[in-house]
Design a protein around this ligand. Sequence first.
Ligand code: SAH
Length: 281
Amino acid sequence: MKQGDGSMGGNKPRPGFPAKLVTHSTGPLRKTPLAPAVRPAGPPAVLGRAPAATTIQPVKGRVASGFGTGSQAVRADMVRKLEAQGVSHRGVLAAMLAIERHRFVDSALANQAYEDTSLPIGLGQTISKPNVVARMLSLLFERESVNLGRVLEIGTGCGYQAALLSHLSREVYSIERLRGLHDKARENLRFFRLANLHLLFGDGMPGFAKGAPYSGIIAAAGGEAIPEAWTDQLAVGGRLVAPAVMASGQQHLVVIDKTVRGLERKELEPVLFVPLKSGIA
Ligand code: SAH
């Protein structure tokens, strides 16, 4: 298992249809073929040079598994278990109650979607177990300021955590380096119509300067060090949550706060995330 215990994770009214999931063609990020192009509605700071944007039509009546509308009770049970395990962030719990996790995994695995387990999402990657997602999001959104600002996610994967982030913050940019997963996430997320969520295909190592500064940055993949570009792109008052490998060779969860005095770094519990890799594939 590549990502066991380690890995990641306000209810407010959702924006209406149509959703705009934006793919940018600038910087290190590659444009994916999308049709038809429409005028993007996001903030001008990140929609500068010739971005490609699409209006994604919802897939009517799509049911990703046998859950259908009955999944609410199973999700409520998952949330109760998370609370029993010590998760107390009301916004995170509300988001996890709202977002249907079974829509992000293959239908053959849907019956395990609400168990506290990580699951394969294809191309050797995994979706973190709910407990770890909740832990990371609780850390990220501990500070109210993050809630109100822009958030950058490195490692979209299947898009589950991106959907949660969209519930918890004003604007979300999520980068994925594997085209297959970027496409899959876009497909999974279509159902949810999340107008404040922008999916990017590219290498997340240099961050995404056009959206900076970010109130929050979260990574679902861990490298030797946390790229300097990420802390550079963090706003003062912002927080970064990511796994990183320590001198011992063990991966730990790291929290970095950017303050007026500089960066304040805390190393927390050991985790086991998939590796942070350079380049795209
Ligand atoms: N949050 C995701 C978890 C995905 S696992 C979810 O909810 O499904 C981590 C992801 O990080 C993988 O999809 C992996 O391809 C991606 N990743 C690793 N290195 C990356 C990089 N440099 N830039 C962007 N994505 C990266």
